[in-house]
Structure formats: C-alpha cells, structure tokens
Ligand binder design. Structure first.
Ligand SMILES: [Zn+2]
Length: 362
C-alpha cells in the first residue's frame, strides 16, 4: 500500500510524457492514439488523446476517457492504482538521471553515449575484468553458479568474474594508476565522494561481476552479491543501460525463433545453459520501447518472476506488443516456483519448457 503523500508526490513530479514513453505510447506533439480503440468508431485512427504537461493529465476527445499519470498506467495495463504506483516507482528508481522523469525536464529521449565514450568504457571494463578471478575458478563462484544452474562454460563465455578482498585493493590501485580517477568516475566504476575522491563500486559487497555487451563491446556492468544477508542484490553502474543482456544473440537468430525474455541476467544465463535462446532485462519493470522493438521478429516468451513486479512487467510487455497485434506468450509458473530456475530444477523442467516452446511458436 502507498500513502496518500506518496501518491500525490508521484502525481505531481512524474511527467506524463515520461509515463507515455515507458508505456510505449508514441506521442506526436502532445497527443497520441487512444489506447481504448473499442470505444471508438471503426477506422478512427486519429490521435484523439491529448496530454496536459502542466497538470500531468490526459483526456481522449473521442471516447472521453481521462485521468492523470498514475491512472493512465492503470488504465492501459488494466492494473489497480497500487500496482500502477509500484510500477512507476520501479521505473524511476532505475533512471540514472532524475531529469528523465521529473517535471520541468527539457527532453524525454533516452541519453545516447558517443562512440568514443563507448569504446573508452569497453576498454576500462574489460581491463577491470581481466584483473579479477574467473568466477567458476573460485569456490564461492562455483557454488553460486551451481545454485543458479548456470554452467561453467556459459559463465566463461559471458566473462563472469569474481572480486573480493584483498584482491580488491590491488585492482583499485592498478586501475587508478592506469586511468586516473576522473576517467574511472566517468565510466561509473568509481563512486564520487563529497571530497571528490572515489572507490571502486564492485568487489565490496557485490563480488560477482556481470558484463553486458552490445555489438561486441561492454556497455554496462552489474555487480551481484552472493551474500544472502545483503538486501540489495544488484549494483548497477550509474550509466544509461543501452542494451539488454545477451542482446547480440538477436542478430544470429532467425525470425520466429523461440526466444525467452527474462527479468535479469542470471535467469537468462540459466536458460542459455539449458540450450534455450534468451535475452535479459535489468528488472521486470525495466522494459522499454528501445528494447522491446528489437524483439518483434521473434516468438517471444516472457519468463519473469512469480511475484508482483513480475506480473506487472509481463502485463506491460504483453500489452506493448498487443498494439501491433503481436501475441506474446507469458510463462505460467506453478505457485510454489519463484522463477524459471525453480522450474528447471525439477527433473522434467527442461522438457516441459521445450514442449511449451513448440506450442507458442505455432
Ligand atoms: Zn479514446
């Protein structure tokens, strides 16, 4: 449940144009095509909905449907206000830059990195990884991979690494000497303290390093804790996430190939370890137009977690493709399974997924 203050805060500060963008609604100026076509005359394809950016409201002049930023989410996705709020909070918590969603922002487009900066980040990230242990070579890493049903071969292919004390100090000194603090802070690898100094973010609590590649270059990195006592499981670098995990697979896949979409990199690696094609998001509610449009050619199955965020995320992906009359399969997990990993843990898990894949590509 959310407090009234929280609701009002979100209604006031989260721009309706940002919400449209996250919902995959394409704005032309301040108007868009109504999401409620059943209530319109046939052939009425005009952009009859308009948004009021000052008051954060919308109204359709065709069918009369109206509301604010929160009710737009609940109406488009057919979810209640609490779930809509949870979804919006999930979106904005993952934005590296407040300007993206807050009112008075100048632009709503995703930030793009220059090719020079992408190359620079790839060099620094690759160098960091080369200084860390190969994940499956460490006892902790072996155990972690085993618990996630990720094969050592897949872990090696995706260059998963492990960093902890005292190696942490050596790696930090190595990077500082080679690149200098400002470049390391620009790459997101080092934090920026009040006095201007900074430390390597990974290797402290988040020891497993997950590089994310796009067009062969590492564009983003995620740290994962293996300590169940640490509440925040993932540490994302504070740079724009311009790619899904394993996105490069898409250029090798034939149209209509079965493809899983997972809410995280690890579930994606688990599926790959079992011979399935998969790409991963960084959170169930982190899908956006930039990512989803790339998935259009494939027979998509959404395999998110069996929880509230997973349901909201699946509903969003499904409704996004519904507007192009593309059907998306959503994996139904038994109530006692939390994720697709639990399904694959059962003796018949893999074969039942294979059978299900045959059904949904038809
Ligand atoms: Zn309408």
């Amino acid at each position: 449940m959310f407090t009234k203050e929280e609701l009002n805060q979100i209604k006031k500060t989260v721009r309706i144009s940002y919400v449209c963008h996250k919902l995959g609604i394409v704005l032309s100026g301040n108007s868009f095509q109504c999401f409620n076509p059943v209530r319109h005359n046939k052939g009425d394809h005009k952009s009859s909905c308009s948004i009021d950016t000052k008051r954060n409201k919308f109204k359709c002049f065709g069918c009369g449907v109206s509301g604010d930023n929160v009710s737009l989410v609940s109406q488009v996705l057919h979810i209640n206000t609490d779930d809509a709020l949870a979804l919006i909070k999930g979106w904005i918590s993952k934005e590296p830059d407040n300007n993206l969603w807050q009112e008075d922002a100048a632009t709503s487009s995703l930030p793009e990195l220059s090719p020079a900066l992408i190359s620079e980040m790839d060099i620094i990230y690759s160098d960091l990884l080369s200084q860390c242990s190969i994940l499956s070579d460490t006892p902790q890493g072996k155990e972690f991979l085993c618990s996630k049903l990720i094969s050592p071969e897949i872990a090696a292919q995706f260059n998963l690494r492990y960093l902890q004390m005292p190696q942490y100090n050596d790696v930090m000194v190595y990077l500082l000497e080679k690149y200098g603090l400002p470049r390391l802070q620009t790459s997101g690898l080092f934090n920026i303290k009040k006095d201007g100094r900074g430390n390597l973010r990974f290797g402290w609590k988040h020891n497993v390093l997950l590089p994310v590649k796009s067009n062969g270059k590492i564009v983003f990195m995620q740290g994962r804790t293996i300590n169940p006592k640490i509440r925040v499981k993932y540490l994302n670098l504070p740079v724009p996430v311009g790619s899904m995990f394993n996105q490069d697979i898409l250029s090798h896949l034939l149209p209509n190939s079965p493809l899983f979409l997972t809410e995280g990199a690890l579930d994606c690696l688990t599926l790959l370890s079992h011979g399935f094609n998969a790409v991963g998001l960084f959170g169930a509610t982190n899908a956006n137009k930039l990512f989803l449009d790339k998935l259009t050619p494939f027979a998509l199955c959404v395999a998110f977690d069996n929880d509230k965020a997973g349901y909201s995320g699946s509903a969003f992906v499904r409704s996004y493709f519904m507007r192009f009359a593309k059907l998306v399969h959503v994996l139904q997990l038994p109530p006692d399974f939390h994720s697709v990993v639990d399904l694959l843990r059962t003796p018949t898990g893999k074969s039942s997924l294979q059978k299900e894949a045959l059904l949904w590509i038809k």
